[in-house]
Design a protein around this ligand. Structure first.
Ligand SMILES: *[C@@H]1O[C@H](CO)[C@@H](O)[C@H](O)[C@H]1NC(C)=O
Ligand SMILES: *[C@@H]1O[C@H](CO)[C@@H](O)[C@H](O)[C@H]1NC(C)=O
Length: 394
């Protein structure tokens, strides 16, 4: 090896090390006006995003941030050095979008792509977001053409569109411990604001887990026109699709889990250990998705229409429970494969078939580990391993 090559190699190694150990901490405070240090934090999250490099952490000090232009995230971390956005220690951070355009626009007006989301993530990969509460925005989190992002303990509520939406080319995004509720869209009289949506796009490896989606104007979860499998585990959707806002020409759909649309490319979504209850309409629906979905150990209870409605998929349903729903418990097109579900035996299910029909623990404060607290809610009194349970991971 020539001396020149070896010194070049040493320089390259040092540069790589410097890169790897860069990992700056950048601080922001609602009252800041400084240069991003802990003693003189920035006053704007956007300024911190602009300064961040792969491996950096942006720490938000406690308080309410009320931006007047939305926060645009268009840069990326790397697989080994993501960029992190989180509160400092366990300080409470709220991002209030009420001052942004589109909160709301008038009936039937359009909401331009760039204005969507208090956090508008577009072409932003390898980010990690923790413990942020996003309220009153034109969407809470809106992620477009972005992959490999990790979201933990996010709360999105009272936004003027969906609380959390992933759209476009999107792979390997993980959403865990999301709470998304009371999102509504006066602009569309309730036609489109869901708790969580992964819509109009494709990409493998997207997962939502241990999340609660409730009292949204349209559906709890909606995968409209998303052409790749999404994995849904321990997700609880309730109270969606009621007109809580007095919209005059109400358009909310009111399904717990809406898993496609008729002219979707087939998308073989997987739904496990999840619960749809007390929604205005149906619990779990393929909505015409022509794929082969998998439903294991889910429960649909006390919804305003069928518990499970498969109208065109060749889905596999195993060990699910549909009980106390308003219409026939299930409506399954021929071609679905069904075994070990409540409807596959002659047992009649009623409220007294469960240890408890009290959802207050499920809807209450999460545990310190971020998970919903375990309870007897909708656990079969018989002890049978059927339906969803918050007591264990199945
Ligand atoms: C998603 O992650 C898996 C597992 O880490 C990986 O094999 C796959 O290539 C990733 N997909 C994309 C599109 O990057
Ligand atoms: C089942 O229990 C729920 C919650 O208490 C109640 O709202 C509902 O009316 C009950 N349904 C029947 C059929 O007993």
């Amino acid at each position: 090896m020539s001396r020149r090559t070896s010194s070049f190699k040493i320089a390259a190694t040092l540069a790589a090390l410097a890169q790897r150990t860069h990992a700056a901490s950048i601080y922001v405070s609602p009252t800041g006006s400084g240069s991003g240090t802990i003693d003189a934090p920035y006053g704007s999250i956007q300024t911190a995003v602009n300064a961040a490099k792969a491996g950096d952490t942006i720490y938000l000090r406690a308080g309410t941030y009320s931006p007047t232009t939305n926060i645009q995230i268009k840069k990326s971390g790397t697989a080994t050095s993501p960029i992190t956005l989180r509160p400092y220690n366990s300080e409470k951070v709220i991002l209030n979008g009420e001052g942004l355009p589109g909160t709301p626009y008038g009936l039937d007006e359009s909401l331009p792509n760039g204005e969507r989301g208090i956090l508008h993530i577009e072409g932003g990969n390898y980010w990690a977001f923790y413990s942020l509460e996003l309220i009153n925005g034109p969407y809470g989190i809106y992620s477009r053409d972005s992959s490999h992002n990790y979201y933990e303990r996010i709360s999105t509520h009272d936004n003027y569109e969906s609380g959390f939406q992933i759209q476009g080319a999107a792979s390997n995004n993980t959403v865990i411990y999301l709470d998304s509720y009371l999102n509504r869209d006066p602009r569309k009289n309730g036609e489109s604001a869901d708790g969580f949506a992964c819509k109009e796009g494709s990409g493998e490896g997207n997962v939502i887990r241990n999340s609660r989606l409730w009292n949204n104007v349209d559906d709890g979860l909606d995968l409209y026109m998303f052409g790749s499998p999404v994995t849904i585990e321990e997700v609880y959707a309730w109270g969606n699709g009621f007109n809580r806002w007095g919209f005059s020409d109400f358009n909310g759909d009111g399904n717990g889990f809406k898993l496609g649309i008729t002219d979707n490319p087939p998308a073989n979504h997987i739904v496990r250990n999840s619960i749809a209850f007390s929604n205005a309409k149906k619990g779990f629906i393929d909505n015409g998705n022509p794929g082969s979905l998998t439903f294991e150990r889910n429960t649909a209870w006390n919804n305003g229409d069928n518990g499970f409605n498969m109208r065109s998929s060749t889905s596999t349903l195993k060990s699910n429970v549909a009980a106390v729903n308003t219409n026939s418990q299930v409506s399954l097109v021929s071609g679905t494969k069904s075994s070990g579900n409540s409807w596959d035996s002659s047992t009649t299910w009623s409220n007294s078939s469960f240890l408890s029909v009290d959802s207050s623990t499920l809807a209450g404060a999460r545990g310190s580990d971020g998970k919903v607290k375990p309870s007897n809610f909708l656990v079969p009194a018989s002890g049978a391993a059927i339906g969803a349970t918050t007591q264990t991971t199945v």
